[in-house]
Design a protein around this ligand. Structure first.
Ligand code: 5SP
Ligand code: FE2
Length: 231
């Protein structure tokens, strides 16, 4: 079954708790939390204190996407705040293997993230350390951007590598999801779908999530390769 992860970056921050509760009730599978530091990306969002406060609202998995320079110094803080999955950018972590093993050692699931222009070869030597690879389908930093279709072959290629090696690794995609692009990502082999503006800019979150899920389920059915559940 598709995992739909609303990105709270597009939520109304003046009532963030209410917004998270609303997407939980609307059928979200995970909550995607974008952490930005103004260095790795040209935007600043939230950190561990806000995540800790949101943790009181739901038991759904918190999928924490770290867009911060040198994430290794902050892993324990995000674990303590209540993250379940912590993903770090390959472009941001000098000691990537160490950072990923540290995330697992502290009890969370590690994910590694690639910007659209970063090749898959950069993660060859950490694929066995992660539960998830997050492929950015926009340049990170902002919600509401347009899907970069050039990433589709990268999703297909990663799907092929993971299936060939029979690795227990899920593929998450993030950026520019809408009813059209989410089908492209699903057919290419993605398992987990982040959607920010496609949910929070709609008047009815339940209907928005349900429409995205229907499209993904149908597109996954059209895949040639059998899909294994990872989460
Ligand atoms: O990590 C990011 C952006 O850097 C994403 O999680 C966005 O927040 C997704 O928003 P939409 O593109 O779906 O509006
Ligand atoms: Fe994200």
């Amino acid at each position: 079954m598709a995992i739909i992860a609303p990105s709270i970056l597009s939520a109304d921050f003046s009532c963030l708790g209410k917004e998270v509760r609303a997407v939980v009730e609307a059928g979200a599978d995970w909550i995607h939390i974008d952490v930005m530091d103004g260095h790795f990306v040209p935007n600043i969002t939230i950190g561990p204190p806000v995540i800790k406060a949101l943790r009181k609202i739901t038991d759904l998995p918190f999928d924490v996407h770290l867009m911060i320079a040198q994430p290794e110094g902050y892993i324990a803080d995000f674990v303590e705040a209540g993250a379940n999955i912590i993903s770090v950018h390959v472009e941001a972590s000098t000691h990537l293997h160490r950072t990923l093993t540290e995330i697992r050692r502290l009890g969370c699931k590690p994910g590694v993230v690639l910007n659209p222009a970063t090749p898959l070869e950069t993660i060859t030597y950490v694929l066995e350390e992660v539960d998830m690879v997050l492929l950015m389908t926009v340049n990170p930093g902002f919600g509401g951007q347009e899907f970069i279709n050039a990433v589709s072959p990268k999703i297909e290629k990663l799907r092929e590598i993971i299936d060939r090696l029979n690795l227990p690794v899920a593929i998450e995609v993030d950026g520019g999801a809408n009813l059209e692009t989410i089908a492209i990502m699903a057919r290419a082999g993605a398992d987990i779908f982040v959607a920010g503006s496609a949910i929070f800019n709609q008047p009815d979150y339940k209907a928005a999530i349900s429409r995205l899920r229907t499209v993904v389920d149908r597109a996954q059915g059209e895949r040639t390769v059998d899909r294994q559940e990872r989460f």
